[in-house]
Design a protein around this ligand. Structure first.
Ligand code: B3K
Ligand code: ZN
Length: 909
């Protein structure tokens, strides 16, 4: 890159998009009681008429003559008319700029009529009103409504919406909006209209409309108190045979929320619409959810078991938002985790109550560790309630969602299920049809439980993952075990000094033969004779004394992952013991992960230094016992056989030896496969072998999970053909997508004709099923080889690649950058440059998608100098483009600020 360009790059990053700060929050000056919207739908010129009943906010802080200021994005809308109380507004009474409309001299209360024109067809950002697959749809969270009309686009302005849509009868037989249908009729020979009314006041981010030709699956659900609700799943006609499962998932969710929390649905209709182009998973618009097809469509031959699980949990998540998010919304966007963390916790509980609690917990913790911990350790670390942002859409993060859910879980652990349930009820009653803050939430929980949550609140304000150290000392004479427990959180950007947090820490005890012992904490009446005790850690260092502990007893720590922390590595003997005996299944799994992670990190260091590494017999034997244990849920065995990922391992070794980690992990898998081949093959066959049935019940899914984990493991040994032949046979005979894709994944790392042939056949067979084609692209991007850079680069020219479709981009480019370290971090920087090219190409067309792709480049701090330099240079290259979006700007700035702040080298973590 030339100096001139580099300098321009610096300019771009120092160019300012001003941050918004929590401390600057002011209540709105004006409120909107009702808004009546009329849409004349046309692909390139839709007319939007908005009539708002405006009044000055009695609780506002502005002077009485303050103007009315509305948000509106001048890039996406054209103001065509404005009237106040029916009178056209004089031109000197109002002014527009890039992002707002200001009206001077407004009375105390008035009616404002605004007409705008928008172009849904040209809306590639997929925010506001756009068309996808020929369907008009909207996405307004967080700030899409301002791309439709001028409005106070903030979550604490709640209005009652009435919406009329007019469209072509032929292309838009279906006209939908939030709430209940009111009326419909004709409007000329080929046009018709429909009116919807939502009685629940809501912020603009929950507004939605959909219009198009869709196939509808309908059912009725009768709530506990007798309300008959019409349920609709609307999909593109070609997907009509893939919506049945989503409908069942919706009914299951509605029932669960009634049973567990007494929460019922509150409208006559609940509709879900699936569209192929969507920036995230789904959206909880009141009564009219819009979904990414990925989280609705499912048929056994096109969707994997894990896709089914995804559909069920996202349907549940969006449904649960009806109370936690919609009936009680957010005062401002800083409170985002208040709805997202809570709703993720609710969907996790739903999956745990209706499936396997242990497996759900393992999956959640795996995800937290692999995506949230790295975020908390990097330049984009932020508290679950951030205190400033440049672009709010950049804050729909694993921290706000997943860590937010962990914070809710800790609160539940600390105050207990009964108090928590009463606290949730109080919170929802107190703020019903209103907008709340984290303080409101904690006040309700504190009130019902009597607990002092003031220290606990720090979890909302402090970023970073605490590290917990534990030292044990046993006093044989008094039969007491003393644990000295320390906690420490490393600095994160903007937070150099960390305070100790209030951490619920769970402790179990096993006797030397592996039998559970009751835990009694000295001086703590609540923790007497418990199978698992929970102590509150509140100081940087504290001691906990366990009574009546025999010699050589083993403590089992952080059972169920009682807090989102890193536990310092434990001794290998202890881990082998817990892995074999801990009665808490989560802890057994975790002991295995901890053990393997320690071993693989050692191996990686040895390989990096030019040595060779091997697994010792005791580890192989431990794995063999797990594979052979038929008393365990096969889904759990599958989880236990998956080694920590390369990304997980990279968090513990500096600078990250990318190739050595890959060699260590692949080597260990190959070794296990070679040593346990017969055992693995016989378990594989016993679980159904290459041709298993397509039954979708939980037991069959669990068997498939284990069978396919074994198949992948067998294929790790590339010197032997057994795994390859089984995988090829499975690819041929598979009756489910689960088995089919598992066979291709198993073959993906092998060389030889089988892989190519089966991949080609797969694409041939499924080229008209977009979600399956995504899987094919991901397979290509996942291939763990440096040459994948060229393969991915070339695939951008494939006739099925589409930069306009976020799912396709994520499946190729996103997977490449997130799940393929040896290719993405190739020493020559080609992987980084490839990602930068794509980000630049998408930056304008779809800033949200481009920003999501940018994150991996900001995490250069723990890499060696060559890689770090190449990542920073990719960031500078992006920052040099003239029309950098606010979204990408914020991330590039964070990535490069970190370079400045740390003189290019961060202290090792
Ligand atoms: N609330 C939406 C996410 C909106 C993302 C905006 N960039 C889906 C969900 O969390 O349920
Ligand atoms: Zn959500």
């Amino acid at each position: 890159m030339s100096d001139a360009v580099a300098a321009e790059g610096q300019d771009a990053v120092s160019r300012s998009f001003e941050p918004v700060r929590l401390s600057d929050y002011r209540p709105p000056d004006h409120l909107i009681d009702t808004i009546d919207l009329v849409f004349h739908l046309e692909p390139t010129a839709t007319r939007v008429m908005a009539r708002m009943a405006v009044r000055r906010n009695p609780a506002g802080t502005a002077p009485a003559d303050a103007p009315l200021v509305l948000d509106g994005d001048a890039d996406s809308l054209t103001l065509t008319s404005i009237r106040l109380d029916g009178e056209p507004l004089d031109e000197n009474r109002y002014v527009t700029d890039d992002s707002s409309l200001t009206v001077q001299d407004v009375p105390e209360t008035f009616v404002l009529d605004i007409e705008t024109r928008i172009d849904p067809q040209a809306n590639t950002e997929l925010s506001g009103l756009y068309r996808s697959g020929g369907i008009y749809c909207t996405q307004c969270e967080a700030q899409g409504f301002r791309r439709i009309t001028y409005y106070p686009d903030r979550p604490d302005v709640l209005a009652v919406f009435t919406v009329t849509l007019m469209g072509d009868r032929s292309s838009c037989p279906l006209l939908l909006s939030n709430g209940n249908p009111v009326d419909r009729g004709d409007a000329g020979p080929d046009r018709h209209w429909a009116t919807w009314h939502d009685p629940h006041p809501k912020p603009a981010y929950l507004f939605a409309l959909v219009a198009g030709d869709l196939a509808t699956l309908t059912d009725t659900y009768t709530t506990r108190s007798g309300r008959a609700v019409t349920l609709n799943i609307h999909v593109l006609p070609r997907d009509a045979d893939k919506s049945a499962f989503a409908l069942e998932a919706l009914k299951k969710s509605m029932k669960w929320d009634e049973d567990r929390f007494g929460l019922e649905y509150d409208l006559d209709v609940y509709s879900i619409v699936a569209v192929p182009d969507f920036n995230m998973g789904a959206m909880e618009n009141k009564g009219l959810n819009v979904f990414n097809t990925k989280y609705v469509l499912a048929r056994p031959d096109t969707a994997t078991d894990s896709d089914y699980h995804g559909v069920e949990s996202v349907i549940a998540h969006e449904y649960f938002h009806n109370w936690t998010g919609n009936r009680v919304t957010l005062r401002d966007w800083f409170q985002l985790s208040l709805k997202e963390g809570l709703t993720v916790w609710r969907d996790q509980e739903f999956s745990s109550d209706t499936g396997s609690r242990a497996v759900e917990r393992i999956k959640a913790v795996r995800r937290l560790r692999s995506v949230q911990f790295p975020e908390d350790a990097g330049p984009t670390a932020h508290p679950i309630r951030p205190d400033s942002y440049i672009e709010i859409n950049n804050f729909y993060t694993p921290t706000v969602y997943e860590k937010g859910a962990e914070v809710v879980r800790m609160l539940h652990t600390l105050i207990g299920d009964d108090a928590f349930t009463r606290g949730l009820k109080l919170y929802l009653e107190r703020h019903d049809n209103g907008a709340a803050t984290v303080e409101d939430w904690l006040a309700a929980m504190q009130e019902v439980s009597g607990a002092d949550l003031s220290h606990f609140k720090l979890w909302y304000e402090q970023a970073g993952t605490p590290r917990i150290g534990v030292e044990e000392s046993h006093d044989a004479a008094n039969r007491q075990l003393t644990l000295t427990i320390t906690q420490e959180t490393a600095p994160t950007p903007g937070q150099p000094d960390k305070r100790p947090l209030h951490i619920p820490f769970s402790i179990g005890l096993l006797d030397p033969s592996g039998r559970p012992l009751p835990v009694t904490i000295d001086g703590d009446a609540a923790n007497a004779e418990r199978e698992t005790a929970v102590v509150s850690l509140t100081r940087a260092r504290q001691t906990v004394v366990l009574n009546d502990v025999p010699e050589n007893a083993a403590v089992s720590l952080l059972r169920g992952f009682s807090a989102p922390v890193n536990l310092a590595p434990r001794g290998r003997e202890r881990l082998l013991f817990l892995m074999a005996h801990d009665p808490d299944t989560f802890s057994r799994w975790d002991a295995g992960q901890d053990l393997m992670s320690g071993i693989l990190i050692d191996h990686a260091a040895t390989i990096r230094d030019g040595g060779t590494a091997d697994l010792d017999d005791r580890v192989i034997e431990a794995v063999e016992r797990i594979v052979s244990d038929e008393t365990l849920d096969p889904a759990l065995v599958a989880e236990m056989l998956v080694l920590p990922s390369e990304t997980d391992l990279a968090q513990h070794i500096r600078p990250i030896p990318v190739e050595a980690i890959h060699a260590a992990r692949t080597g260990a898998r190959s070794r296990i496969a070679a040593r346990l081949r017969d055992r693995l093959v016989s378990r594989y066959q016993a679980l159904g072998g290459p041709s298993a049935d397509a039954n979708l019940d939980a037991a069959q899914m669990a068997r498939r999970a284990l069978k396919n984990t074994i198949l992948a493991l067998l294929n790790a040994d590339t010197t032997d053909a057994t795994g390859r032949d089984l995988a090829a046979a499975q690819a041929e005979n598979a009756t489910t997508m689960t088995d089919s894709i598992a066979a291709l994944i198993a073959l993906n790392e092998t060389d030889g004709p089988q892989r190519d042939r089966h991949q080609a056949e797969f694409l041939d067979r499924w080229r008209d099923e977009a979600l399956v084609v995504d899987k094919w692209f991901s397979l290509q991007a996942m291939r763990l080889s440096p040459a994948t850079v060229e393969a991915v680069s070339a695939l951008r020219g494939h006739d099925l690649y589409a930069r306009t479709n976020p799912n396709r981009v994520r499946s190729l480019i996103g997977v490449f950058a997130a799940a393929n370290p040896v290719a993405f971090h190739r020493q020559d920087g080609a992987g980084h440059r490839l990602l930068a090219e794509e980000i630049k190409a998408i930056n304008r067309a779809n800033p949200q998608l481009a920003a999501a792709l940018t994150k991996p480049l900001t995490r250069w701090q723990h890499h060696d100098a060559t890689r770090a330099e190449s990542m920073k240079s990719a960031l500078r290259d992006i920052s040099a483009i003239p029309d950098l979006s606010r979204n990408v700007f914020e991330l590039v700035k964070r990535g490069l600020d970190d370079a400045d702040a740390n003189g290019d080298a961060r202290p090792p973590a």
